[in-house]
Design a protein around this ligand. Structure first.
Ligand code: HEM
Length: 244
């Protein structure tokens, strides 16, 4: 199961290719990561080539990623500076319909939210109670932190269920929940929840754009033969821990 989650996550995040790696092709990971390929293809209806170059290091302290506590407008800025729109961000967040989050990323929502002495009022109380049982009250290092599914319903399917979940106040991350509440994103969340074809189209289009952001070229990084591991010949001597 972990294998599948990691494969899906890595494929979603890093698989798409642009002209600078045009030697690659549709179905590049068909044999090495068949389940991840097929899950993504269920959503991405267009023929999208896979096999974007990956770097050799992915370290939580080196990446420039938005945090789950950001407001929608602050998070959107991370996307806008890369040439993506607010609507692209909303569509891409549908990727949170698979995979997990460590308790530490949403623990503050479960009790004494913003000093209120209570859980985050935007979280379904039944969900807050359930998550509290899994996570407890203690903060821990990331590698010892329990995880929970980001999508409480169709956990292993990349689909528009994520949008139903956040509209039902079952968003795990604060930013996921905010998508359904913020007036700049709520109507698109509503439409994506109501129309799975629209989600597929919007997600595919945004993934193609995301795949063209800051592509590694030349000798930087490598195209992985197997989507979840370094190629043997290029494996760095001291690889750092992989993170989201
Ligand atoms: C504002 C933007 C985003 C924020 C704040 C965010 C935040 C997070 C956080 C905190 C986690 C949990 C990580 C962990 O506990 O290890 C997570 C997981 C995940 N995110 Fe995002 N994310 C964002 C955008 C995206 C995008 C654009 C994609 C892909 C298109 C994506 C795909 C995923 C996936 C697949 C997982 C599950 C990883 C796993 O199971 O190991 N996220 N995200």
């Amino acid at each position: 199961m972990d294998y599948l989650k990691i494969s899906i996550s890595m494929l979603i995040i890093s698989c798409l290719c642009n002209i600078s790696c045009a030697q690659l092709r549709v179905g590049f990971y068909n044999s090495s990561c068949p389940r991840a390929e097929s899950i993504v293809r269920e959503v991405v209806l267009k023929s999208v080539p896979t096999g974007r170059r990956d770097g050799f290091v992915s370290d939580v302290f080196e990446v420039d990623l938005p945090g789950p506590e950001l407001s929608i407008s602050d998070a959107a800025q991370f996307f806008v500076v890369k040439g993506l729109t607010l609507n692209d961000m909303v569509a891409l967040m549908g990727a949170h319909s698979v995979g997990v989050a460590h308790c530490g990323f949403f623990q503050d929502r479960l009790s004494d939210f913003q000093g209120s002495g209570k859980p985050d009022p935007t979280m379904n109380p039944a969900l807050a109670a359930r998550l509290s049982r899994t996570c407890g009250r203690q903060s821990r290092p990331l590698n010892k932190d329990p995880t929970v599914n980001l999508d409480q319903n169709t956990t292993l399917t990349l689909d528009n269920e994520f949008y139903h979940q956040v509209r039902s106040r079952n968003g795990i991350l604060q930013i996921d929940q905010e998508l359904a509440l913020d007036k700049s994103t709520a109507s698109l969340v509503f439409r994506l929840a109501a129309n799975s074809s629209l989600f597929r189209q919007a997600f595919a289009a945004a993934m193609i754009k995301l795949g063209k952001v800051e592509v590694l070229v030349g000798k930087n990084g490598e195209v992985r033969k197997n989507c979840r591991v370094f190629n043997k010949s290029a494996r760095p001597k001291t690889p750092k821990r992989k993170t989201h």
